[in-house]
Design a protein around this ligand. Structure first.
Ligand code: PLP
Length: 398
């Protein structure tokens, strides 16, 4: 009889967003007139930049004509997009070759798929709390996971610890859910540690476009030696509104090898076997993100979300709630007042402030008394939600 991959049975039930949805639905059923303010979503609300839309339209038109129609494209991505990505890295002072760039349908797929080329017996170090995909994709393949505590004491930015060694190390900066970002000096510690330990860093920079501080690297390759120990995952989702369009890219530098086997060659082999590339239309849209108009429009979107973040941060400060993130990130990770449990605080926010956020415990044990708000809502809802949160805190906790 056939067998299943019983590692799937070891996965924790994905309670978080389904539980939020069912609690919200239940509350609305009993209170149909209440208008809830959704401040927990990790999805964007602004539409695609105009430059992207016109590039998409143009590409659709090209597909309608025999002379310009395109079928299967290069699995690694069209040269025009890889060239644009290379140019974007060059602006950060990083030289990446086009054949080190792999275009994909988003960072989530690549973060999961990269594990195909890594041995099952590698040990894995994952910060807690963090984006749940890292844990689940490793559980699916039966790897041993060691957790690294990210908490208030270390500013949610844990540093290498000789007692916690691992072959694969996940770093997400700017972090989801905490919004914390490693500065140059801290990131260098990780790179040095990985080089010494011969570990591989999987660096998730899905939110790099939110970074404004000069001493916070936007790419791990801004740190010397990183090309010898890190793969970087990037996405157009949150920066250019591609959550529904789907496009991202992964950088696997030539310097990364084990016994003369280049990881980049293994990844290409994996991708050419299991992936037929991102559509030409979408890649033209992604290319437009790097055009002059595209950049301005993306900057405007960033400015909009950042203003939302500022409104939330100001509100929290006014009622004495401590938080991380918000500055170089769309996420604001707050300490629940009076050390309340994150689900209890969720219920209170839902019922008394009519605000839906995300309980921190959904991202790991260290999120037990924390709560995630996002800057991705519209301005009006952000302002209203902030006022309601302030009122709730002043009334219930002060
Ligand atoms: N990495 C992090 C940290 C994320 O928060 C997300 C999405 O929420 C992703 C990756 C996935 O990005 P994509 O939409 O490109 O798959």
């Amino acid at each position: 009889m056939f067998k299943i991959n019983d590692n799937y049975l070891k996965l924790e039930k994905n309670y978080l967003f389904s539980l939020i949805a069912s609690k919200t639905k239940e509350y609305l059923k009993e209170n149909p007139d209440v208008k809830l303010l959704k401040m927990g979503i990790g999805d964007v609300t602004l539409p695609l930049p105009k430059a992207v839309v016109s590039a998409l339209n143009k590409a659709v038109f090209e597909m309608s004509k025999k002379e310009t129609f395109r079928g299967y494209g290069p699995e690694q991505g069209y040269p025009f997009l890889r060239r644009a990505i290379k140019g974007y890295y060059a602006e950060k002072g990083v030289n990446i070759e086009e054949d080190e760039i792999f275009v994909s349908d988003g960072a989530k797929s690549d973060l999961g798929n990269i594990l195909d080329i890594l041995g099952k017996d590698n040990s894995v170090l994952i910060p807690d709390p963090v984006y749940p995909v890292y844990v689940d994709t490793n559980v699916m393949q039966g790897r041993k996971i060691v957790f690294l505590d990210a908490n208030e004491e270390n500013g949610f930015l844990p540093l290498p610890n000789e007692k916690l060694r691992a072959d694969i190390i996940y770093i997400c900066s700017p972090n989801n859910p905490t919004g914390a970002t490693y500065n140059r000096e801290q990131l260098k510690k990780w790179v040095d540690f990985a080089l010494e330990e011969k570990s591989l860093i999987l660096f998730d920079s899905a939110y790099e476009r939110f970074i404004e501080d000069k001493d916070v690297p936007k790419s791990v390759y801004e740190i010397d030696g990183a090309k010898k120990c890190a793969i970087e995952f990037c996405s157009f989702s949150k920066t250019a509104g591609f959550t529904g369009v789907r496009c991202g890219y992964t950088v696997v530098p030539k310097e990364l090898s084990v016994d003369d086997v280049l990881l980049k060659d293994l990844w290409l082999r994996r991708q050419t076997t299991k992936f037929n590339g991102v559509s030409y239309i979408v890649q033209r849209g992604a290319e437009a993100v790097f055009s002059e108009d595209g950049r301005k429009q993306v900057d405007n979107n960033m400015a909009y979300y950042k203003k939302n973040a500022k409104i939330i941060m100001k509100g929290l400060k006014e009622c004495g709630i401590s938080y991380t993130g918000g500055k170089n990130s769309p996420y604001i990770w707050l300490n629940c007042p009076k050390g309340k449990d994150s689900w209890e605080f969720f219920d209170l926010m839902l019922k008394k402030a009519h605000v839906v956020g995300t309980p921190g415990s959904g991202f790991g044990k260290n999120g037990k008394n924390c709560f995630r708000l996002t800057a991705f809502s519209d301005r009006e809802s952000t302002e209203l939600a902030t006022e309601k949160i302030k009122e709730l805190i002043n009334k219930e906790f002060l």
